[in-house]
Structures are given as structure tokens and as C-alpha cells.
Design a protein around this ligand. Structure first.
Ligand code: FES
Length: 124
């Protein structure tokens, strides 16, 4: 039911782990199933120089976390914020209909980490 791209990212997820001196951290959960994602970003000169995450979830949650991390790494904060679940699903060449909801987790976690980063900057 999963295509090869999804299976590849599920079996070999990219950019997993944590960032000890992260600029921002975002934690999100999918209330429908209880799956969770914690995402760390390292921002240098307005760009996401590193992106790491820990995802406790289904194959689609892990595959979307993996590809989303690749899609925003190196991008500006503003560009990363624009990532949608449609972008993520498209990059994976599609997800089974009943798994599309799982693709919300990664863009939400990225926005949560960016919000955390922005707050810490404005509080000086
Ligand atoms: Fe929970 Fe996929 S079933 S994110």
C-alpha cells in the first residue's frame, strides 16, 4: 500500500536525532492516534542549517518526517514555514488516502519549532 519512496524514507529515515544546542524545538501530537513528533532546528543567518527529529508513529508519520526534514534543511525560516502537508505528500509521490492525515505532523512540528525559535529571539 505504500509506494517505494515512502518505504525508503520509513526504512531509512533521514536526519533523525536531536540537536543539543537547538535554536528552536517543537512538539506536536496527532490527537486521532496519539502519535508524536519532536523536532529540533538550528538556525544560522536566518536559515535552517540543521533539522533533527524523533517521531513515534506509523510508517507514514516517519516517512513524512524524514522527507519534510530534507525539504526544509538549508531553507530560510520563512520558506520552511510555508511547507504544507500537500507538499510533503507530493514529494513522497502520494500516500494512501487513510494516511494523508499523518502528513500533518511534520509541517506542524516545523512551524512549532520556528514559533519557539521566534519567541526565544523576541524575549532576547
Ligand atoms: Fe498516527 Fe499515522 S497513524 S500519524
Amino acid at each position: 500500500m505504500y509506494n517505494e519512496t515512502v518505504l525508503d524514507h520509513f526504512q531509512n529515515p533521514r536526519n533523525t536525532g536531536e540537536i543539543a544546542d537547538a535554536s528552536g524545538v517543537g512538539s506536536v501530537g496527532n490527537p486521532a492516534c496519539g502519535d508524536m513528533m519532536k523536532l529540533y532546528i538550528k538556525v544560522v543567518d536566518g536559515r535552517l542549517m540543521d533539522v533533527r527529529y524523533k517521531t513515534f508513529g506509523c510508517a507514514a508519520a516517519i516517512a513524512t518526517s524524514s522527507i519534510a526534514s530534507e525539504m526544509v534543511k538549508g531553507k530560510t525560516v520563512e520558506q520552511a514555514e510555508q511547507l504544507t502537508r500537500e507538499d510533503v505528500v507530493e514529494a513522497l509521490h502520494g500516500l494512501p488516502e487513510e494516511k494523508v492525515n499523518c502528513s500533518t505532523l511534520a509541517p506542524d512540528a516545523i512551524r512549532a519549532a520556528i514559533a519557539n525559535y521566534s519567541r526565544s529571539r523576541s524575549s532576547g
